[in-house]
Ligand binder design. Structure first.
Ligand code: ADP
Ligand code: MG
Ligand code: MG
Ligand code: MG
Length: 394
């Protein structure tokens, strides 16, 4: 759709605006894949968002991606709205012919990555995102769900094309000299030596890739970076779950941790005022610590409060299960740190660092942390364990 067609669509198909509404529309998408229309009734200011998936990516016709991702996104948003309504946009109608759905307009929020690049601080983010993740991860798993119902959910969230994007961009391409990688020239020697020539690292990423493809543990968001978080003081909404599928439960937690580390690297590199730099970077470290520790606390409480499969009550099973999630958290944090620096899809926290030496240092520090998170996964079990690596390397 173009903007005029989106207005026509809203008039004819959406039971949302008043009969006499005076509609205007702007396409506001800034992602790689989809079109996002903001439609406003100029009479009363009421507004709605229409997100449409085309058969090819908006950045390039070469990327063919099934528009079925729009069904996946609108379906998981409904599940998320059931489990964690405070942190999920409300959705309205899904249209399988036009591959679009309508949702609540969150224009009074800001994309978290953009806010973090301005070094804004959101003290409640860790609390919000850990409630979101603990509930989604446990309540969609075999630990608490009826196993046959869970298998139906697995089936409806088979997401082959978007999973393939992650398999390639996250698990494969960053770890060899792939044509599609986009390496910052100053960092290239470090990457050649520490990544592409490291056979042990490659072996571990191969193991992780097969776990990603085969471990249908929880219904995960699949793309939970700070560009998929809408935020303002006191409120958080998680958007853009089109990569959702049944995968390793630690995947989303790892993505959150890695993207906080990018914000930390940015703060260290570009804030010149020392007091301000300390304030922002300390806030990020506290948030990383809280993301792990609050996640564990809430996951444990929910585990105790919820009816479970009999075998999940055996002595020692809880510790086994949660430590496994933390192992994946650390591995995925390492993979995300690697792929955003070496691979095709970059993050502005790093690319906006103008000074060449400062960017190189930020990148090498992130990659040094990444290797430890991947190779020593299983050794980071508390918030302090994660934070200590960051403090030691920077
Ligand atoms: P993509 O899948 O293409 O990345 P996103 O869902 O991330 O699309 O949306 C792209 C952009 O559109 C967001 O960064 C945000 O600026 C805007 N946007 C998306 N959803 C909403 C919403 N519910 N309210 C307001 N703006 C939105
Ligand atoms: Mg935006
Ligand atoms: Mg997006
Ligand atoms: Mg998206």
């Amino acid at each position: 759709m173009n903007e005029e067609q989106a207005i026509e669509y809203a008039k004819e198909k959406l039971n949302y605006f008043k009969e006499d509404a005076l509609l205007t529309c702007k396409e506001i998408g800034d992602g790689n894949l989809n079109y996002v229309f903001r439609i406003i009734d100029e009479k009363d200011g009421d507004s709605i968002i229409l997100k449409q998936a085309g058969p090819v990516a908006r950045i390039s016709d070469e990327f063919k991606v099934s528009p079925d991702r729009n069904r996946i996104e609108s379906d998981i948003l409904k599940i998320q709205y059931d489990f964690v309504p405070d942190y999920t946009p409300k959705t309205y109608q899904y249209d399988p012919v036009m591959n679009c759905f309508a949702m609540e307009d969150l224009s009074d929020y800001e994309i978290m990555r953009n806010a973090l690049i301005k070094h804004e601080i959101f003290p409640e983010f860790a609390d919000h995102i850990t409630t979101f993740m603990a509930k989604m991860i446990l309540l969609t798993s075999d630990v608490v769900m009826d196993h046959k119902e869970k298998k139906d959910l697995v089936k409806s969230f088979i997401n082959p094309e978007l999973c393939e994007i992650s398999e390639d961009l996250v698990y494969t391409e960053p770890f060899y000299n792939c044509d599609r990688n986009e390496v910052f020239p100053a960092t290239r020697p470090f990457i050649e030596k520490e990544f592409w020539a490291d056979k042990d690292l490659r072996l571990e990423t191969a193991k992780l890739k097969f776990e990603f493809m085969t471990n249908a543990q929880s219904l995960i968001h699949g793309d939970l970076h700070t560009g998929s978080v809408f935020i303002k003081q006191g409120a958080t909404k998680v958007i853009d779950p089109e990569f959702a599928f049944y995968g390793p439960a630690g995947y989303d937690v790892g993505n959150v941790v890695a993207n906080l580390i990018f914000a930390y690297a940015n703060g260290q590199a570009v804030i010149t005022d020392e007091a301000k730099r300390t304030e922002f970077t300390s806030y990020i470290l506290t948030t990383i610590k809280d993301v792990i520790d609050l996640f564990k606390q809430k996951f444990s409480q929910l585990w105790q409060d919820t009816d479970k499969d009999l075998v999940a009550t055996y002595d020692g099973f809880y510790d086994y299960y949660v430590n496994n999630i933390l192992k994946d958290t650390s591995a995925v944090a390492g993979l995300e740190l690697s792929r955003r620096i070496i691979g095709l899809a970059k993050v502005a926290d790093i690319t906006s660092i103008k000074e060449e030496k400062a960017r190189q240092k930020a990148e090498e520090n992130c990659l040094t942390i990444a290797k430890q998170f991947i190779l020593q996964r299983g050794q980071f079990l508390t918030g302090a364990d994660f934070v200590n690596v960051v403090k030691k390397v920077f």
